[in-house]
Structures are given as C-alpha cells and as structure tokens.
Design a binder for this molecule. Structure first.
Ligand SMILES: Nc1ncnc2c1ncn2[C@@H]1O[C@H](COP(=O)(O)OP(=O)(O)OP(=O)(O)O)[C@@H](O)[C@H]1O
Length: 611
C-alpha cells in the first residue's frame, strides 16, 4: 500500500510537534530521575566550557601582560583541568542515559507489539505490514535518539546560550547587544522551517514504510517473482520507491542546509562586527584586550550550541513525526477481551434469550467488510444455519461467495454487522474472547507455521496444558491429522520449521495446521478447506480419524471437492450471501441445480458412477 493510502484513522490530524512529543512522557516517566540527572550533568559540563574564557581574560590581562611565566602555566593548567572536567562530565551523561533510554525504546516496542496482537483483523487488512514494521523499528529508534540527544541538548544548549549571553552582556553591554541582533531573524526562519521540514519528514517516514513493504512482499513472493521472471519489473518498482524516498530526503537536506546557512552565517557576521568594534575600542583604550579576548572566546564557545540547534530541531521534528506515527497505531481501539452483552433487537428471532438447542447456530447474519465500498452489497446477507451438536457440516459455494468470511465470524475474527451467532445457545458476543477462542479451533486454507519446532507449532492450539499431557495430546493430534511424517524429520517433533527452519510441503503444513486445530480437543471446529493440498486417500484418512477422535466436536468445514463433501454429515450451499439449501450430498445433487453444477465432478466419483 503506497504511503498516500496509509489509513489515517482520524488520529493523524496534525498537532504541533511539542504536543506530539509530550505524549512520550508516560514512557520517559520511569527513568525521569536518571534523565534529569544526565541533563544537569550536561548543563554543568557545558557551563564549564564558559569558564575557560574567564580564565583566558585573567591570563591576558594578568600574567601575560605582566610577563609572569608561572602565572601563564597556572592559567594553562586551569584550562586543561576545565577541559578534562567537561569531557568527563559529558561521558558521565552518556553513561547515565544509555541504558534507561534503550529500556524506554524496548518498552515502547513491546507495547506496540502487544497492541498489534490485540487489534482486530480489520485493522491488519487495512495496514500494509511494512508501515507497521517501520514504526516498530526506524520510528522507535528515532524516538530513542530524540530522548538521548535533542531533548537533552535543546535544554543544555538553551541554558548555555542564556548563560553565555548574560556573561557577554556583563563583560560589555554594547558588544553584548550587537551579538544578540541575529536572534530575531533566526527565530523567524526556524518557525518557517519547522512546518516545511515536518511535512517532508512525514513523507520520508511513510515512504520508508512503503520501501519496507515492497522488500517484505518481494521476499515472501520470491517464487512468484522468479517463476514469472518479474525480477526486472520488481526492481523497477523498488527503484521508483527508493528514488521517491531519495527525493524527499534531498528536500529535507535542502531545507536543513538553508536553515544551517542562516544559523551559522548571521551569528558569524555578528561576531565579526564585534571583533571590528572591539578592536577599535581596544585601540581607543576604552576596552581591555583581555575583555575582548574573553568576549570573543565566549562567543566562539557558544558557536557549537547555536549551530547544533538546527540539527537538534530537525531531529526533534523527525522524532515528532515518528511519535505521531507510533500513536496512530497505539490509539486504534483494540478488540475488547470482555464480553459485550448483545442488545436485544426487535425483529431478531430469539434475540436476548438463550437458545435451548446446542451446536453452532447463525441467525440472520449479515456482514459487510468495514472497508468495502459503500454501494457494494454485503458479503453475507441473512445467513441462517444450524450445525447440530457433534455434527460435521460442509459449506460449499462458488469462489468468492463468502465461505471464508463466514468461518472468520465464528471465532470473531471479524464482527458481524447484524444478526447473531450462538454456541450451545450462548451468543458469542456474550462470551469473553479468550473463552470463545478456546472453544472454537480454526484451521485455514493457507497454513501458517511459526519459526518454532513442530511440537511448539502444534501445541499453540492447546494453551494451558503442559508436560506429559502435552506429549499425549501432541501425538493424538498428529495421528488425527495423519502427520506421522514428522517422526521422519531430522529431530522429529523437535525439528525447527517456519521461516527460520525446515521447509515443508503445502500438504505437510496443512496437516500440522490441522493438528494445531484439533490438539486442544475443541468443542467447535471451523476448517476453511484445510485439506485442499492433500491427496484424496490422505484426506479420507484424516476425515475418518477426525470422526473417530472428535465425535463430540461440532464441525463446520468449507469444502470445494466432492471427496470432502461426501465425508460430512450434511452440506449447506452458500449462494447470494445466504444459505440457499441444506441437506445431504445426494439430496442436494437431486434438488439443487447450482449444487449439482458445483459438484459436477461428483459424477466422476466411484460412488456416483455406480448409481
Ligand atoms: N478483507 C476484505 N475486505 C474487503 N472485502 C473482502 C475482504 N476479504 C474478502 N473480501 C471479499 O469478500 C468476498 C467473499 O470472500 P471470501 O474469501 O469469503 O470468499 P470464499 O467463498 O471463501 O472464496 P474462495 O472459495 O475463493 O476461498 C469476496 O468478494 C472478497 O473480495
């Protein structure tokens, strides 16, 4: 998803950088003592550098004018000691904040990860993964750097500049006022710069997200890219994105260059004017040479604190953008864990009252994807379906009829728009999500395995068990899913699979995903065509084992192949957003033309051929 399509969720209306950055306070709070201590140490270190010109003044007007060699050595020793003290104090500042601030970054990253886990599927459907990845990596790094440098040094430099100005005004009022002249134009330029740099910074960080998305997609889809020889067009697309990012970074550099020119040039001109005026006054005898040396040394000591303000403001602006991007995700409402009692709705059958019948029941279920166009019809439009306790019901329908969508509604991966779904008579919205998901197990057509061992992947479906119980459950689940092949893997069930481990075939992965679904002996099993990659014989063996081991489980199985349908107790046909027919496979073949057309391959099945 290109950055111009990043969901903005209303939270993104631009707020001033300072207000955005203030939102970091809850994360900084636990380490505030260390941070303030470090800031104080840095201020002391910076002020130490301002004492050096005072020593110089004393040396020029005293020992140097008097030809006192011992005094010159003493002055030089003081300058050396002050320089050393400054270096040690800056080192101490770094030591004080390094560990706590990496802790802040880690905590923010952890909070983001937790939030991502709790955000609804609809959120993940809308957001490109690269945009989320860049928030978890680059943006948080920028925030940490802001807390470590700009936040401290804007304070330190501010105090240093203020102290330096007071010292210079005290040394000589005229020269002090002369050196202050550039302050007004510099502030004006900074204000204009802030807005323009902020826009460029937002664009750059969003474009980093786009680049991350493209890299991720290319890595995941490398087989398709190679298979279709698309590497050149992918490289072109990547080049375009990186050029766009480069252009934005150059725009940032130009803006920063312009501000730096102003910030460096104006004070230099003012110092030059002070040098000329000061020299004339020394020649006139109205100013001591020592005062002029001290004044200019102080002005030069302030050079870096002033010049660095440009960088610090730029880094702060980038951090404000990063913070805003972070909170776009953090401000999104997560799924609530606790049940939301269903409001009884007029005209809804049985609404509000517990249904006595068991099993899985869908009543008047309507569903429209939140991001679907306003004029698009709902995917499901009044689905009524009852899967009796212990029954396995196959759900068939043409491609795109909404079968996957329907299966996702049962564990509340999406929220229904209207109607209700009950498990053993209890509305699923009246159950805590955790309980719902422990009662309903799901296996999807595209089986995802995590970078973990075979055993860990399967036992993900059996939260709360441990030890010997696990081993037994694992073996039983692998048996049901006909996944005995795992014992032939190099380390058996301890073999690493997923992205960082052994690559398995599609059918092998499907069987492990099925084992994961059944390992917790769920009351309800929702299978979205989970056997599509298996040969017919393995599929039959899996179904037979499923029937035997999970006799009490109520199962809803999306099926495409006649072989799968034949093994279910009953079949439901999903058509036009509704259940068009329910019955046995043979009944529907006889009575429903759409079903007969869908299952036309069934005529080739041996059993059908015999009829
Ligand atoms: N996240 C989404 N946002 C918007 N529309 C979606 C989303 N996911 C699916 N759809 C649309 O919903 C409709 C039903 O899709 P669904 O995946 O449920 O069909 P299906 O019957 O399972 O198809 P298949 O048999 O090909 O797996 C399709 O028109 C699809 O484009």
């Amino acid at each position: 998803m290109p950055s111009d399509l990043i969901p903005r969720d209303g939270a993104v209306e631009r707020s001033p950088a300072v207000r955005t950055l203030l939102r970091l306070w809850p994360y900084l709070r636990p380490v505030r003592a260390r941070w303030f201590a470090a800031a104080v140490v840095a201020i002391v270190a910076s002020l130490t550098s301002l004492v050096i010109p005072v020593v110089l003044k004393w040396m020029v007007d005293g020992p140097i004018a008097d030809g006192d060699t011992a005094g010159v050595w003493l002055g030089a020793l003081w300058v050396l000691l002050l320089g050393l003290a400054e270096a040690v104090l800056f080192g101490l500042r770094r030591w004080l904040v390094a560990r706590p601030l990496s802790g802040v970054e880690a905590r923010m990253r952890e909070a983001l990860y937790q939030r991502l886990q709790r955000l609804p599927i609809a959120f993940h459907d809308r957001w490109a993964s690269g945009q989320l990845l860049s928030r978890a990596t680059t943006d948080l790094m920028m925030v940490r750097m802001f807390l470590a440098f700009p936040l401290t040094f804007l304070l330190v430099n501010g105090v240093t500049i203020l102290a330096g100005v007071v010292v210079m005004l005290a040394m000589d009022l005229t020269l002090g006022l002369l050196v202050l002249i550039p302050v007004v134009p510099v502030i004006l330029v900074c204000t204009v710069f802030e807005k323009r740099f902020s826009e460029a910074s937002r664009a750059a960080q969003d474009q980093v997200g786009d680049v991350t998305t493209l890299v991720e997609e290319s890595v995941l889809g490398i087989r398709v890219i190679k298979g279709f020889g698309r590497h050149r067009s992918q490289a072109r697309a990547f080049r375009e994105l990186t050029h766009r990012l480069r252009g934005t970074e150059l725009r940032k550099a130009r803006l920063l260059g312009a501000i730096m020119t102003v910030i460096v040039t104006l004070p230099e001109l003012a110092i030059g004017a002070c040098l000329v005026l000061g020299s004339v006054r020394v020649a006139d005898g109205t100013l001591s040479a020592g005062t002029l040396v001290a004044f200019l040394s102080t002005a030069l000591a302030l050079h870096w604190p002033i010049v660095s303000i440009g960088f610090l403001l730029a880094m702060s602006q980038e951090a404000a953008t990063a913070t805003a991007r972070y909170f776009e995700v953090m401000d999104t409402e997560p799924e609530s864990g606790s049940p939301a009692a269903p409001a009884p709705a007029a005209g809804r059958p049985g609404a509000g009252a517990a249904v006595k019948e068991g099993g899985l029941r869908l009543e008047g279920v309507r569903f429209r994807y939140p991001d679907a166009p306003a004029d698009a019809p709902p995917v499901l439009d009044g689905v009524d379906l009852h899967v009796r306790p212990g029954e396995s019901l196959a759900l068939v329908g043409v491609t795109g009829s909404g079968k996957t969508t329907l299966t996702a509604l049962v564990p509340r991966l999406h929220e229904i728009t209207e109607g209700r779904i009950t498990l053993d008579g209890v509305d699923i919205t009246a159950m805590p999500r955790e309980e719902l998901r422990s009662r309903v197990a799901v296996a999807f057509e595209d089986p995802i395995l995590f970078s973990a061992t075979v055993g860990e992947n399967v036992l993900m479906g059996a939260a709360g068990r441990d030890g010997a119980e696990d081993a037994g459950a694992l073996e039983r689940a692998l048996g049901v899913a006909q996944a005995g092949f795992v014992h032939a893997l190099p380390q058996g069930v301890d073999t690493q699979v997923g992205e960082q481990g052994l690559s398995l075939s599609g059918g092998q992965r499907q069987r492990l995903a099925l084992a994961r679904a059944v390992v917790g002996r769920p009351d309800f099993l929702v299978l979205d065509d989970p056997l599509s990659a298996l040969d017919v014989h393995t599929e039959a063996a899996v179904e037979a084992a499923l029937r035997e081991v999970l006799a009490d489980t109520t199962a809803l199985i999306v099926a495409h192949r006649p072989s799968t349908v034949l093994l279910a107790d009953r079949v439901a046909l999903l058509s036009g957003g509704r259940i068009a027919a329910v019955g046995s496979h043979h009944e529907l073949l006889r009575t429903n033309a759409e079903y007969a057309w869908l299952m036309s391959g069934a005529a080739l099945e041996p059993e059908e051929a015999r009829r």
